[in-house]
Ligand binder design. Sequence first.
Ligand code: XMP
Length: 517
Amino acid sequence: MIIVLDFGGQYCHLIARRIRDLGVYSEIFPFSIKLETIKNRQPEGIIFSGGPRSVYESDSPNLTKEVFQYILDKKIPILGICYGFHLIIHNLDGKIVSKKQKEYGKTKLEIIKSNLLLDSLNPTEIVWNSHGDHVKKLPPNFDILAKTETCPIASYANREKHIYGVQFHPEVKNTPKGQIILENFLFKIAHCKKEWELKNWIKESIKGIKEKIGNEDKVILGLSGGVDSSVTAALLHKAIGDRLHCIFVNNGLLRKNEENEVQNIFKEQLGFKNFHFVNAEEIFLEKLKGIDNPEEKRRVIGHTFIKVFEKKTLELEKAFPNIKYLAQGTIYPDRVETAATSKATAKIKSHHNVTLPDDMKLELIEPLKDLYKDEVRKIGLELDLSKEVVYRHPFPGPGLAVRCLGPIDKNKLEILKDADTILLEEIEKANLYDKLWQIFCVLIPVKTVGVMGDYRTYEYICSIRAVESIDAMTASFAKLDWDLLERIGTRIINEVKGFNRVVYDISNKPPSTIEYE
Ligand code: XMP
């Protein structure tokens, strides 16, 4: 396995994902990693990530001397990237300086010494840079491998100590040959084996679940129909069959007919015997009555969900003895916040993917906790979930409540659901669903005037939000075809009673968010 040490760089998760894509397991650890962790994990190699700081600042992130020395003594191969590239040199008494002329964006790299890391590359290659600091002087026994126009030391190696570094970012797509560099590090320098295969993971995971849960105990899972909880359900069902009890809460805030579709998939298609449908629509609507403030809506929905779920769990505990575990579809990025993402996620909106109170005394099991979303999707397909489930767009926990602005009532939700159904039909017809990160309608509770035949209308506004994104941290509005938008707008106005005007949202994130509340 490969350890990625996080020095605050925004690409930590990207590095780890790329390595897994190449068939080698990798995990992210903070730069303050303990010696014991390294000893336990026995990594074949360690990657020092980039980061926004400068190594010569007094409190800049660094590993402990003890850990660094251990890595050197054991000759564990190291690849330093950007900040990591500087840090290795700094720790070995070389010299790093700040330069007025920053290097940002695509740059031409010139290879000046043949070597394992840059093997199979052309004499010049395009790479992606983003730095202000430079390596001014290398420690003894280091060779310069490559340079750029403004950076005379853009890559180095100490072959005997298995230390390598690059000033640029091999993990991003803008470094076209970056994958070859990572492969060279993994297979030619660290001698990793291609052992990370999802089919093996499924087998091992099912075996592990069976061992942990034994032959008697039962598991509860809150199933939302989203990718993560659906894959968790499919996996557990393979491992323990009908000792898995899924609770599906219909909060009335789902897309039109979604509660029936989810029920149909799990009960009819996948044959889950213990799929427990809780219809809590009225409870949620009652609790949400008159609530205008978005944060308050989210709080009420989260709180109500816990109450409803708790009640059903207690009921099931009485009916089915030996319910000992609570499963959750937590995935790796939910759990491992890198230094960069944890800063960026400074509470803009409170997300309510609820966890249950501790006093329920159920032991938590999170089988997907080490996986990335794309890995979860592949596993879902292996477990016979349909493409529609596995590639479903993200849907917020508070559902349509954050897309039906202002106080919610059943009538507004119906209007919104109807419009959303038309939108999705047209997007599927145009073969665009998989190309978009999300697309949905929003009900803006402002009435405007229109004419329909001989009648004057006075109805709400429907806003269409369609975005492209990779990870929802940033997003750009999708430049949909005018004719398609016209078709959608016309259908919504003609077919949905309640909207007489459709607008298209052209805001990007940042500064706007994807959801409206
Ligand atoms: P924003 O609106 O913050 O959304 O740009 C970023 C992504 O997160 C989704 N989202 C949520 N997902 N529970 C979730 O599981 C929530 O409460 C929630 N709020 C927003 C949103 O759909 C987008 O993909």
